[in-house]
Design a binder for this molecule. Structure first.
Ligand SMILES: [Zn+2]
Length: 220
């Protein structure tokens, strides 16, 4: 139940970096350089298979950024049990999902529930009980994200890629008009396959360039 606000010194350090380094970092200060973002998982049933898939998606991202010589993107996800229960989060997810496609991330959108600000994490992942549109939505004023993953899809290879896709948005990635890549929009879910070799859809060179920019990478 720690404060959501960052220690002043840390926020100030990020701000200084934002001003000196790159505007793209400014959009995501909470997950910017060298501090792996903390993920809080909200789920009604701790045995939900999606909990494991969040862990797999986090490992995928940490491996992917490590391959680029970048620091870990995410810390080990932790399950959270907010005193308010999940209702405020489900309501907020429903509101945002209804607005999907009609809301730009620069719009304030519906007011986030107070309970969201009381979670001690940069990324809150709701493994929803609803069949909503998945999304990653920024909230607050320091680059935090609320991610919602719908219930009801039994295709693990699809759900796993949906989770990784939404976490990709948290890392500053945007959609690509190629159906068979991770940040696809529209997507061809059959491209995700079922075998081990294709557990996650591929990243593109544009994704990799954006990841480097997101982490403030300044190589050749
Ligand atoms: Zn997307």
């Amino acid at each position: 139940m720690g404060s959501l606000r960052l220690p002043g010194g840390l926020a100030a350090a990020w701000l200084a970096r934002v001003l000196l380094v790159a505007p793209v970092v400014a959009q995501n200060p909470a997950t910017a350089p060298r501090t792996p973002a903390r993920i809080a998982i909200l789920v009604a049933d701790a045995a939900d298979a999606r909990v494991r898939m969040v862990g797999e998606a986090v490992a995928f991202w940490n491996d992917s950024v490590s391959d680029l010589g970048l620091p870990a993107a995410f810390a080990e996800p932790l399950s959270a049990t907010p005193p308010s229960g999940l209702r405020p989060f489900e309501n907020y997810a429903h509101q945002l999902s209804q607005l999907a496609g009609r809301l730009h991330s620069s719009d304030p959108g519906p007011k986030p529930p107070e309970a969201l600000f009381r979670l001690d994490a940069e990324v809150v992942v709701l493994l929803s009980a609803q069949g909503l549109m998945p999304f990653a939505w920024p909230y607050g004023d320091d680059g935090r994200y609320f991610v919602a993953i719908p219930a009801g899809d039994e295709r693990e290879h699809v759900v796993r890629n949906v989770i990784a896709h939404e976490l990709g948005h948290v890392l500053g990635l945007k959609h690509t008009r190629e159906p068979g890549v991770l940040m696809c929009q529209p997507c061809d879910t059959s491209a995700a396959g079922g075998g081990d070799r294709s557990r996650f859809l591929p990243l593109t060179d544009i994704d990799r360039a954006r990841l480097r920019a997101f982490f403030g990478w300044s190589g050749p």
